[in-house]
Design a protein around this ligand. Sequence first.
Ligand code: GUN
Length: 281
Amino acid sequence: MTATVIDGKALANQIKEELAQRIQTLKNKGVIPALTVILVGDDPASAVYVNSKHNTFTQLGLKSDVLRFPAETSQEELLAKIRELNNDKTLHGILVQLPLPKHIDTNTVIDTISPEKDVDGFHVSNAGALMTGNPRFIPCTPYGVIKMLESQNVNLKGAEAVVVGASNIVGKPMALLLQKEGATVTICNSKTKDLTSHTKRADILVVATGRPEMVTGDMIKPGAVVIDVGINRGADGKLKGDVEYASAAQVASAITPVPGGVGPMTIVMLLVNTIEAAERA
Ligand code: GUN
């Protein structure tokens, strides 16, 4: 079997086209959806993601500001800036790029963002709203994965879904969304014993570990749908996923590539969330 490639870039472009009308309607009312991204320190991967988000927003005529702070910035300084942005009525979304430097408490920073502007959906009240089935903002990466599965007409009802990785950003919200669609969900983490015994059962396998090519074809159930959330820079300079693509594509029925899979979808779902925030404001 050779897997169908799920083209995240094409799907992201299609969603962007569908958003054009909503953007125009807002503009007709004098509203330009506006996002401010805060980047602290000089993590090279974060700088690439932030630039990508900024370029996508400006290409579609949305307002995007990037505030860059040095790595030594104090937590209080950061919180003061977020409080100022919370009070800016022309601003609809605030995103603090993660990871933050170690001296800063991530949860304190995220929970200082106004939940109405938390387009990442990471604020504790937004995480709770998702958990209790009435989400305000769905975190962009798992939201994008659900859209990819929908685009392939993957039946989630009664399906075995396995999520490898239990982060607040991807793994946990991913599991909640799959469960909401009727899947039976297992979340694996770095302590999981015999990972393969879980991954081999998965009709839908989502891998978000940040460990390059850790899931190989022999760990995958024949015919499974494989979603690779990882983006890792190999020693050869090439981008690699958390799944070993060549072996996985021999076994899966459908698979996302890296790059060009989940990455573009994450950015487009950030657009969706920011437009929604502007529509609600
Ligand atoms: N770092 C990696 N992914 C994300 C994301 O989706 N949002 C933020 N804020 N930081 C990230």
